[in-house]
Write a protein that binds this ligand. Structure first.
Ligand SMILES: Cc1cc2nc3c(=O)[nH]c(=O)nc-3n(C[C@H](O)[C@H](O)[C@H](O)COP(=O)(O)O)c2cc1C
Length: 152
């Protein structure tokens, strides 16, 4: 299956998670494209059977660019979607799992009946604001990628 992985990033952690997830999905025999959200070619968006979307958590939400991208997915038909976020894993955010980008992205996706959520999203912790990924999180990304590949 053709799989598109779209991410936003400022410090590189979400990119790293996206590339790791993408590698695993590719190893499972899929055709994978990993791209930063500002470089997505919307003309070919309908070619993908599945889209994986990754966003840093900003003020308990997804990045604005990702919100806009998800809104633009009204043009696709029956596309499989799964999301992940990165967030600060050591205390700057209060409220825990419910106050992270994954929750907001899944709410946004739920409103679009052309998108099929195939799995619950993954929340990936980084150290402070700039990262790097906290130990063990990359392994979680790999396992997540394997699970996605099984659900395609
Ligand atoms: C303006 C700003 C707001 C943030 N708000 C939150 C937040 O509400 N909750 C949280 O857990 N992390 C928050 N963070 C930390 C980011 O989620 C973290 O910088 C991001 O996961 C790093 O991803 P990147 O390396 O791909 O840019 C915030 C970071 C910035 C710069």
């Amino acid at each position: 299956m053709k799989v598109l992985i779209v991410y936003e990033t400022k410090y590189g952690n979400t990119k790293k998670a996206a590339e790791t997830i993408g590698e695993v999905i590719k190893e499972a025999g899929n055709e994978v494209t990993v791209v930063k959200v500002d470089a997505v070619e919307m003309d070919s968006i309908k070619d993908y059977g599945a889209i994986v979307i990754g966003s840093p958590t900003y003020a308990s939400s997804q990045a604005k660019s990702i919100k806009k991208f998800i809104s633009s997915l009204s043009v696709v038909e029956d596309t499989k979607v799964v999301v992940f976020d990165t967030h600060s894993g050591d205390g700057i955010s209060t409220g825990g799992a419910m106050r992270r980008a994954v929750i907001k992205m899944e709410k946004q996706i739920h409103k679009n009946s052309n998108l099929q959520k195939i799995m619950n999203g993954l929340q990936v912790a980084v150290k402070g604001i700039k990262g790097p990924l906290i130990e063990g999180e990359l392994e979680k990304c790999k396992a997540f990628g394997e699970e996605i590949a099984k659900n395609l």
